[in-house]
Design a protein around this ligand. Structure first.
Ligand SMILES: *Cc1c(COP(=O)(O)O)cnc(C)c1O
Length: 404
C-alpha cells in the first residue's frame, strides 16, 4: 500500500488494511513475516546512515525491515500522520525522541505526572546530558506558560496521564507552545489510543505510543512508536533507529500488526466495560472514589467529551480500607482480573499504586504539586485496565476481592 493510499478510508478500514495488501508474488492475503536482517541491494548503495547514496530500498534491518515498515504504515494511517517509526518498546520510542530532538542547553517542559519510566528518564538522565527539565501540571495551561523560557525546545504532555487519568487540553497546549516559539509538542497518547484522540490533528508535532498496550492489545509483544511529519521522522530514523539501535523485531511487528487490525472493535468493548465497571464501583460501599474520564464525576469530564471520541478502558479507584490490605486480597482472590502491571490488553489488569512510594521514588513533586496529585489520588489508587471479558464476570471477580 503506497503511503497515503488510505486517505479516503475510515479508521476501521485503515486498521484492517493500511500497510497491508495482497502479496504481488504469492497472492497471499495476509502479511508474511520477513525476518531477514540484511537485504541484497539492486545497485551499489550507501553503507551507513550518513552515506545512503539516495538508495531507497531495504539494506539492513536496523534502518528498515518490510514487516516493521508495514506496521509503521498502519500506525501513520491510524494517527493521520505522514510517517511512523517503530521501536522495541514504548520507552525506546520515548528515549529516541528525547535524545534525537534535544541537545545540551535545551529545556524540556513536561507533565509532572506521567508514565513512571518517562518520569524517571527525564528527571535522572536528561540533566546528566545537559538538558534542563521543568515538570508542571499540564492540565493548567497557565502553569505551562509560566514554565516556558527562551531555551524551551519541547513540551511533552501525556493525556490521560498515568496513573491518575488527569487530562491535558492538546489543542490549547499546542497553540500556546506555537505562540511561545516552542519547536516540538509531543503527546504520549498510549492511554487514549488513536480511536479516542488524534493529537496531530489537534496541533501536536509528535505522537508517542507504547504499542505494548492498546495498539498491540494482547499482552504478548513489546513495542513503541513515534508518529509525525516525514522530514523529522526521516532524520530520527537515521539517528535514533540506526545509532541508538532500539528497533522493533519483525516478529513483534507482525504480532502488533495483527493486533492493531481489531483496535477499533476492542476500544469499543474496553469503553463499554469500563463505563459499566466505573458505575458499579461508584455505587460500591467499599469504594471511596472512582476516576474515569467517561464519568460525569471526573473533574475534566467536559474536556474528555471534547477531546476523546472513546473514553478508553482505564479507570482508577480508591477504597475506604487501606489499599495495601485490599491489594493483598486481590493477589489471593482475583481469577478473571490479573493483579499485574501494564494495560490495554484483552485481559483485565489491576495494580495498586501508593502515593507515598511514587512521590519518594519517581515524581518527587514539590508540596503544591503533591497536593494537586493527592487531590486525584489520595493515599494511592488502584489502576484498573478494564479488559474485554464479560463485564458481569469482571465485576463479580472484583467484588469478591473488595469484600473484607
Ligand atoms: C507503558 C507505557 C510507556 C512505556 O512503554 P513500554 O512499551 O512499556 O516501554 C510509555 N508511556 C505510557 C503512557 C505507558 O503506559
Amino acid at each position: 500500500m503506497a503511503a497515503g493510499g488510505y486517505q479516503g478510508w475510515g479508521l476501521a478500514t485503515r486498521a484492517v488494511h493500511a500497510g497491508e495488501g495482497v502479496d504481488p508474488v504469492t497472492r497471499a492475503s495476509s502479511p508474511s513475516i520477513v525476518l531477514s536482517a540484511t537485504f541484497a541491494p539492486t545497485e551499489v548503495a550507501g553503507f551507513s546512515a550518513r552515506n545512503r547514496a539516495g538508495y531507497e530500498g531495504y539494506v539492513y534491518a536496523r534502518l528498515s525491515n518490510p514487516t516493521v515498515h508495514a506496521l509503521e504504515e498502519k500506525l501513520a494511517a491510524l494517527e493521520g500522520g505522514e510517517r511512523a517509526l517503530a521501536f522495541a518498546s514504548g520507552m525506546a520510542a520515548s528515549h529516541a525522541l528525547l535524545a534525537g530532538r534535544l541537545s545540551a542547553g535545551d529545556h524540556l517542559v513536561i507533565s509532572d505526572t506521567n508514565y513512571v519510566g518517562t518520569a524517571e528518564l527525564v528527571r535522572d538522565s536528561l540533566p546528566r546530558w545537559g538538558i534542563s527539565v521543568t515538570p508542571v501540571d499540564t492540565s493548567d495551561p497557565a502553569r505551562i506558560a509560566a514554565a516556558i523560557g527562551p531555551a524551551t525546545r519541547m513540551l511533552w504532555i501525556e493525556t490521560p496521564a498515568n496513573p491518575i487519568l488527569r487530562l491535558a487540553d492538546i489543542a490549547a497546549c499546542a497553540a500556546l507552545a506555537r505562540e511561545r516559539g516552542v519547536r516540538d509538542v509531543v503527546v504520549d497518547s498510549t492511554f487514549a489510543s488513536p480511536l479516542a484522540t488524534r493529537p496531530l490533528e489537534l496541533g501536536a508535532d509528535f505522537v508517542v505510543h507504547s504499542l505494548t498496550k492498546y495498539i498491540g492489545g494482547h499482552g504478548d509483544a513489546m513495542g513503541g512508536a513515534v508518529i509525525g511529519r516525514a522530514e523529522a521522522l526521516g532524520a530520527l530514523n537515521l539517528e535514533a533507529s540506526v545509532h541508538y539501535g532500539g528497533v522493533l523485531s519483525p516478529f513483534n511487528a507482525w504480532l502488533i500488526l495483527r493486533g492493531a487490525a481489531t483496535l477499533p472493535l476492542r476500544m469499543r468493548a474496553h469503553q463499554e466495560n469500563a463505563l459499566e465497571l466505573a458505575r458499579a464501583l461508584e455505587a460500591h460501599p467499599a469504594v471511596k472514589r472512582v476516576h474515569y474520564p467517561g464519568l460525569a464525576s471526573h473533574p475534566q469530564h467536559a474536556l474528555a467529551r471534547r477531546q476523546m471520541a472513546n473514553f478508553s478502558g482505564m479507570l482508577t479507584f480508591q477504597t475506604h480500607e487501606p489499599g495495601e490490605a485490599v491489594a493483598k486480597r486481590m493477589i489471593e482472590r482475583l481469577r478473571v482480573i490479573h493483579y499485574a502491571v501494564s494495560l490495554g490488553h484483552q485481559r483485565s489488569l489491576l495494580y495498586w499504586i501508593p502515593t507515598a512510594a511514587v512521590m519518594a521514588s519517581t515524581f518527587r513533586l514539590d508540596a503544591p504539586a503533591e497536593a494537586a496529585y493527592r487531590a486525584f489520588a489520595g493515599e494511592g489508587v488502584f489502576r484498573f485496565s478494564v479488559g474485554i471479558e464479560d463485564a458481569a464476570d469482571i465485576a463479580a471477580d472484583l467484588a469478591g476481592a473488595l469484600a473484607g
